[in-house]
Design a protein around this ligand. Structure first.
Ligand SMILES: [Zn+2]
Length: 229
């Protein structure tokens, strides 16, 4: 496994993103937090064992996690990659389900935030499918039960996954794909413009026919329109 699936490895270990205030790097941390859930205990260390001042947990907002443009600590990711290489990789679906047992939607939110390729988002979607029922197509309007809460969280997490995948897909396009997308968009715009012009013309035609049938005076452009039909 390359660093490509780092987020999923972090998720499987229930890692949390932590950082010093103002730092452009975030570390990964596995273990208990202070009672407020906001800090790493002073005696604990991040995955890379860095000696840093107090580390603050980068909090999720529901199913979204904004890492604030921070990049993952190189030592933390090297340690985790080594960890995931040591772990036996699942070879079938049952083994994969076992492998991801205990992974929570919150864990997956971190994996989504750390994803760097569409392939990785598909892996995350696969892991999500092993652990949870499919996301509902509509978000529950009210949260009246645990089931509603789960459905809302599934909906939100899946929406975040799809948004991330779309963003990464745009970034992964080759110059040829960018050109093809532009051409397609221009063609679609052109077709839409033609369709709108066609609808305007037929509405004007209908009005002109209506006026002719009522015996009203026809403006020159209306006569022209009727003659063109
Ligand atoms: Zn680190």
């Amino acid at each position: 496994m390359s660093g490509q699936h780092l987020g999923l490895t972090a998720a499987r270990l229930h890692a949390l993103p932590v950082a010093r205030p103002g730092s452009e790097v975030f570390h990964l941390y596995v273990g208990p937090l202070t009672p407020t859930g906001r800090y790493v205990p002073r005696t604990a260390r991040s995955v890379c064992s860095a000696r840093t001042r107090r580390l603050t947990v980068i909090q999720r907002a529901g199913s979204a996690l904004d890492l604030g443009g921070r990049r993952v600590c190189g030592r933390c990711s090297a340690r985790l990659s080594a960890e995931s290489r040591r772990a036996e990789q699942p070879t079938n679906r049952d083994a994969a389900a076992e492998f991801h047992v205990g992974i929570t939607l919150g864990d997956l939110v971190l994996a989504i935030a750390m994803a760097t390729s569409t392939a990785e988002t598909h892996r995350i979607g696969f892991a999500m499918g092993l652990r949870f029922p499919p996301a509902p197509t509509k978000r529950p309007k009210e949260i009246a039960s645990d089931r509603d809460a789960l459905h809302a969280a599934l909906f939100d997490t899946n929406a975040e996954l799809l948004r991330t995948r779309d963003r990464l897909r745009m970034a992964e396009r080759t110059p040829e794909q960018v050109a093809a997308d532009e051409l397609r968009r221009e063609t679609e715009d052109d077709l839409r413009a033609r369709a709108a012009a066609g609808r305007r013309k037929s509405a004007a035609m209908d009005r002109a026919i209506d006026r002719r049938n009522r015996g009203s005076y026809l403006m020159p452009h209306e006569r022209e329109l009727l003659n063109s039909a």
